[in-house]
Design a protein around this ligand. Structure first.
Ligand SMILES: [Zn+2]
Length: 328
């Protein structure tokens, strides 16, 4: 822990960042274009002809292809080099994070985002983002550890300077909780407990699903109005608007839709590399999970998978997927 004096110094330094732009406004490397829209729609399972079919889109109220509003940030994504070399900050946000990292607040977790869209983007629009550090909370104690919530706000404008929308993004920069001391072993010597996985937020709308995992089941929510299946759990059916629902048990059989291999940063409580997987379950919903029991170099999109409930040493249960040998 920091001394009171060091903490006062740190807080003076970090709060000086509030209101600062993270750097000069950044204009996207590519204007709004069909290939990027198509790839985004593929990845998200978005099929609206307004985004994908020039002929159909021309007859729509838009009068031509438009980009999905949720893509707004995609147009101003910077290259990987922007994020490489954490020790050499490249903008004010990095400098702020480094101050906290150097003071022991090493963890970082994205917590929430809000977005607002002013108009649809059309082919050829050029998007510029102007991002400021909007707010830094006082120090808070959280389940992950003690830290500061940092909110950045990006304002997006077009080639004429007109606003296209905005996005806030909040992260927690925190000192990871120390592993708790476990009960003494037979020799009476205290053994430090192994660090555990960071637990997902569980609330009114999803804690039933995690409870089912503890009971050994992978559940899929089913609309009480139109019987459409949906995942992850949420209060309302996106197809018919019904708030009635029940759940069916998944067979766990699925195929790999896409994946990414996470090597770094290596948080305590996880085995690396993590094969983060988006799985198409045979019932027709898609689930975010991970693959184990398979070398990451052997992972292939489309491979058959079997979901099972895995229980961590601390008793936390969650679905993971393994390669499925039979192909029936
Ligand atoms: Zn429904």
């Amino acid at each position: 822990m920091l001394s009171a004096e060091k903490k006062k110094e740190l807080e003076e330094a970090i709060y000086a960042f509030v209101g600062k732009p993270i750097g000069p406004p950044f204009t996207g490397r590519d204007v709004v274009n069909e290939p990027m829209i198509r790839q985004w729609c593929d990845a998200m399972g978005e099929t609206s002809p307004n985004y994908l079919d020039a002929v159909a889109a021309e007859k729509s109220p838009h009068g031509g292809i438009v980009a999905p509003p949720m893509m707004l940030q995609a147009w101003v994504m910077q290259g990987w080099e922007m994020h490489e070399g954490y020790d050499e900050p490249k903008n004010e946000e990095h400098r702020l994070h480094k101050l906290l990292t150097d003071a022991g607040y090493e963890g970082v977790l994205g917590t929430d985002t809000e977005q607002s869209f002013s108009r649809y983007l059309r082919l050829g629009d050029a998007v510029t983002a102007d991002t400021v550090i909007e707010h830094i909370s006082e120090e808070k104690a959280t389940g992950a550890g003690v830290g500061y919530f940092i909110t950045t706000r990006a304002t997006f404008t077009d080639q004429n300077g007109a606003e296209l929308g905005w996005m806030t993004f909040r992260v927690l920069k925190f000192i990871p909780n120390q592993p708790q001391q476990a009960a003494s072993d037979d020799d009476g010597a205290a053994q430090p407990a192994k660090p555990a996985r960071i637990k997902p937020p569980m609330g009114h709308d999803n804690s039933w699903w995690w409870q089912a995992c503890t009971d050994g089941k992978i559940q899929i929510q089913r609309c009480g109005g139109c019987e459409k299946l949906r995942h992850p759990p949420r209060p309302m059916c996106g197809a018919c608007g019904s708030m009635e629902w029940d759940a069916v048990e998944s067979s766990g059989r699925g195929t790999l839709h896409t994946y990414t291999v996470i090597h770094y940063p290596q948080f305590p409580g996880y085995e690396f590399p993590i094969i983060a997987a988006l799985v198409d379950l045979e019932e027709g919903v898609r689930m975010m999970s991970s693959i184990s029991g398979c070398d990451y170099e052997k992972v292939e999109i489309g491979m058959p998978l079997q979901g099972v409930i895995h229980e961590d040493e601390d008793g936390f249960a969650l679905p993971i997927f393994r390669p499925r040998e039979d192909s029936q």
